[in-house]
Ligand binder design. Sequence first.
Ligand code: PXP
Length: 245
Amino acid sequence: MHRLRLGVNIDHVATVREARGGKFPDPVRAAKIAAGAGADGITAHLREDRRHISDDDIDRLSREIDLPLNLEMAPTDEMLEIALRHRPHAACIVPEKREERTTEGGIDAAGQHNRLAPVVRVLGGANIRVSLFIEADRAQLDAAKLLGAPVVELHTGAYCDSTGTDRENHLRAIRDAASYGASIGLEIHAGHGLGYDTVGPIAAIPEIRELNIGHFLVGEAIFVGLEASIREMRRLMDEARNAAR
Ligand code: PXP
């Protein structure tokens, strides 16, 4: 089984900064701590309304961090131009609505083929590894493959937010999507809403190569510090992965 990578999303360090404006707390400092705590990559979402991460953060993350940067971005001309300027290691295409509190669902890779095709092609042509953030659904996986994206990130939000049988059903759909996606040649990532109590069953899915986790880690850091919250997440991921071998 492949090693499971952890991408730490530092958006919500910037959310706390933006609550007051100014420079504190600094998401770049958080990214450096994440690197020391076992993160394999740094993930940041530059939203159209700049509610947390700023253009300057992306600039500094690109220059000051040695880990691969995964830029989450809406498929707009503005974001495409920014991605081409900074050339992050990876770009994850997400849907974006101004009024939403967080990314509420996956992108409709099937319904938006014509809008996404040039974005995937241009990013890929610039050597940026493109991933599409999609729901755990075979039609979406087929559509991602048709678009030529090498990677998909499966949305784990509904799994995390549900309980009981509902959660079991979401988990089954994610397992099925991971296995089907890998069988058609896609690299499988997953993320959104994951915490200590939900990460294990996702980390145990053998086809998943990377998890992107942010809000929980930054929240838990208030109590235990960022380094400790990331180390504990890494430990739980490894434990679940090893138990599944
Ligand atoms: N993956 C994607 C594509 C996301 O949009 C987000 C949220 O920005 C995450 C992962 C991380 O989600 P969370 O902050 O809930 O851990």
